[in-house]
Design a binder for this molecule. Structure first.
Ligand SMILES: C[S@@+](CC[C@H](N)C(=O)[O-])C[C@H]1O[C@@H](n2cnc3c(N)ncnc32)[C@H](O)[C@@H]1O
Length: 250
């Protein structure tokens, strides 16, 4: 079973700044996995996502878990309209998917109260640590994924840009940090490797990679096999860099 991601791990850089009175707006909240955990640290959380299905999934999880201080609405990071001004705006694993991150940050600043805080986190593919018996097809998997992201307007190297992006958007006292998420136990390696093996048959990955001439059915099958083997090997290890930044609206 997949262990849910927690705010303690993924939003640790933000937690010391949260108060029980704060209104936290989570932009690109997805299915609410982190939002619902974050809601326990604040007075109210508004989750916003452009995808209706994700918003509905977040609402259902809130009902199932009995979280009554969070609401989820459809909205666009480029055109925000929350019901109240935010004390804190959070965007986790979102800016890397946007082709105009500066515009989204300026919009986040617009809904922050004076003195409010923005907290963003993005993966940084330049910080990937990956080892195992047969690394070549695994690295090739990421080479293709990075290329697909770039073709679709996303940026696998957004993490390193966060400090500059926040300063350019007008935030002050900006602090950027990096943390690592490691897959270094038998169960973590198994889960991570199997998930990547499944990615090699994922509709989006397969159809986009083939449409753009980046891979073949044979290569996809060999990468899938390599990830399955990696997931079962005691020499396997992987870690991802997550860059994070805080900035104030003064
Ligand atoms: C990788 S998911 C991250 C979800 C969540 N923040 C987390 O870390 O678990 C990225 C989310 O951003 C949302 N998203 C992408 N573009 C958006 C936009 N312009 N406005 C709002 N949400 C957006 C997607 O629908 C998706 O749910």
């Amino acid at each position: 079973m997949t262990v849910p991601r927690s705010a303690q791990v993924y939003a640790q850089f933000l937690l010391p700044h949260l108060t029980s009175a704060a209104h936290l707006v989570d932009i690109g909240c997805g299915s609410g996995e982190l939002s619902l955990d974050l809601a326990t640290y604040v007075g109210h959380l508004t989750g916003i996502d452009v995808d209706d299905a994700e918003v509905e999934a977040a609402r259902q999880s809130a009902r199932r878990l009995g979280v009554d201080n969070a609401n989820f609405v459809r909205g666009d990071a480029y055109d925000l309209d929350p019901p109240h001004q935010a004390d804190v705006v959070f965007a986790h694993s979102v800016l890397e998917a946007l082709d105009r991150p500066e515009a989204a940050l300026i919009e986040m600043k617009r809904i922050l109260r004076p003195g409010g805080l923005v907290a963003v986190a993005s993966v940084e593919y330049g910080g990937l640590i990956l080892t195992g018996r047969d690394e070549t097809p695994l690295r090739r998997f990421y080479e293709i994924r990075e290329r697909l992201w770039q073709i679709e307007g996303a940026d696998p190297y957004r993490g390193r840009q966060l400090r500059g992006l926040l300063l350019d958007a007008g935030f002050v006292d900006v602090t950027a940090t990096t943390m690592s998420i490691a897959y270094g136990t038998a169960s973590a390696v198994e889960e991570f490797g199997r998930a990547r093996a499944e990615d090699c048959t994922d509709d989006w990955y397969v159809s986009s990679a083939q449409r753009h001439g980046l891979t073949t059915a044979d290569e996809l099958a060999s990468m899938r096999q390599a990830w399955v083997a990696w997931s079962e090997s005691s020499t396997s290890y992987a870690a991802f860099a997550w860059c994070q930044a805080l900035g104030w609206n003064r």
